[in-house]
Design a protein around this ligand. Structure first.
Ligand code: FEO
Length: 398
């Protein structure tokens, strides 16, 4: 079903309530998602911005036909061409093969690389304008690495100003309501932050530059329409302000302890360290997350908002656990900035996990505050006291 957003803009997307994982198994989407496609009827021209994921291509084209005769679509704008947005192109272009596809040069290369078709591409750059007639325009703004090289935004100057931002400012959030003021704010903000942490944080320098560039344009803005989740209608610039914060080495007064455990020794250490942290700094939010049990993307989101992390694992096979290895690898890819860290863990004989975790944290850009703490076999009362003291001393090193 299409949904009217404004007089001139109709949502043609697909709400995917069933989606639980995205990017293969890389990203959990516990609240589903949506693939937002927008039909913009400008003064004299009609433009379709983005499509939907491939499994919904026929449904999409069929609904589009109910909304408008396809030959009345003057142009297709592909702002980013990962398959969740370009997946219905083949089905659509079968019907209107000569319709121009406006995209960046990188966008054309990505479409060609995915679908191997020779469509009518029109490459656009920042500042290029698609005249919509009646004095209205759609202006393109390249936004490379926010989040793929082909990404661009499109700004419609009608109806108070509408920024189509593709993945930027999006959330994996399924909702029958289309607007941020019609859904619980805390849910949408958490999903937007999780989205930023897990998808965009790696490219924060480029994101920060682009968002500042858009802010400096001083564009009137009544709506921000991302390609996933709800549209920012109530106070749309709130998400721009969040992006400015999130892209600038973001941290709150939080410390996250991530651990894995075989027979509970490392868990007992984690809990004792947490007691020490709390005692030394009561206002600090401390979270203890078992990497083998908690969702990896929620763990990374907690790490994203933390000023420091402690990572613990028992020594196993001269290394550390599978779950901790995954978290360390993801954290390295996220390129966190200005976060402090340390390692801990129990051991029986060789005991190198703490040292190896510390090295991985350093390789991931964390500032290691010390050599960490180890416990031989099961921690007794004295060992747990040492962990508490370690937690207190950790606060002093931040
Ligand atoms: Fe990078 Fe929503 O696709």
């Amino acid at each position: 079903m299409s949904k009217r957003i404004t007089d001139n803009i109709t949502w043609m997307g697909k709400v995917d309530w069933e989606l639980t994982m995205f990017h293969g198994n890389e990203l959990s989407t516990k609240r589903g998602s949506s693939y937002n496609s927008y039909l913009l009827r400008g003064g004299k021209k009609t433009v379709l911005l983005d499509t939907v994921w491939g499994p919904y291509d026929r449904e999409f084209v069929s609904r589009l036909k109910q909304e408008i005769p396809l030959d009345q679509i003057d142009a297709i704008v592909m702002q980013h061409n990962e398959t969740d947005h370009s997946g219905a192109l083949v089905e659509l272009m079968r019907e209107i093969p000569d319709t121009p596809i406006y995209c960046t040069a990188k966008g054309e290369a990505i479409i060609r690389g995915h679908y191997h078709r020779d469509w009518n591409f029109v490459n656009v750059k920042t500042g290029d304008v698609l005249e919509l007639g009646g004095g209205e325009t759609l202006t393109f703004i390249e936004a490379p690495m926010c989040h793929w090289p082909d990404t661009m935004f499109s700004y419609y100057d009608g109806e108070g100003g509408v920024l189509f931002s593709n993945d930027g400012f999006g959330q994996h959030y399924a909702s029958e309501s289309l607007f941020n003021d019609e859904v619980p704010a805390c849910e949408v903000l958490y999903e937007a932050e999780k989205y930023y942490a897990n998808i965009l944080n790696t490219y924060s320098p480029m994101v920060a530059r682009k968002v500042k560039e858009v802010v400096a344009m001083n564009l009137p803005l009544s709506l921000i329409c991302p390609s996933h989740g709800v549209i920012w209608r109530d106070n749309p610039t709130q998400i721009i302000e969040k992006y400015l914060q999130w892209s600038d080495a973001y941290q709150e007064d939080c410390i996250t302890i991530v651990y894995d455990t075989m027979w509970n020794s490392t868990r007992l250490m984690a809990e004792a360290i947490a007691r020490g942290l709390r005692e030394a700094s009561p206002p600090t939010t401390v979270k203890i997350l078992n990497a083998a049990k908690e969702d990896k993307n929620d763990i990374l989101t907690e790490m994203f908002r933390s000023k420091a992390v402690l990572v613990g694992s028992p020594t196993i096979n001269y290394g550390y656990s599978y779950a901790i290895a995954g978290i360390l690898e993801m954290a390295k890819g996220f390129r966190f900035k200005k976060k402090k860290a340390s390692a801990f863990g129990s051991y029986g004989w060789s005991g190198e996990a703490v040292k190896l975790i510390g090295a991985e944290l350093q390789a991931g850009g964390f500032e290691l505050v010390d050599e960490g703490i180890r416990t031989l076999w099961v921690p007794d009362e004295k060992a747990l006291e040492a962990c508490e003291e370690y937690g207190k001393s950790f606060i002093g090193k931040l």
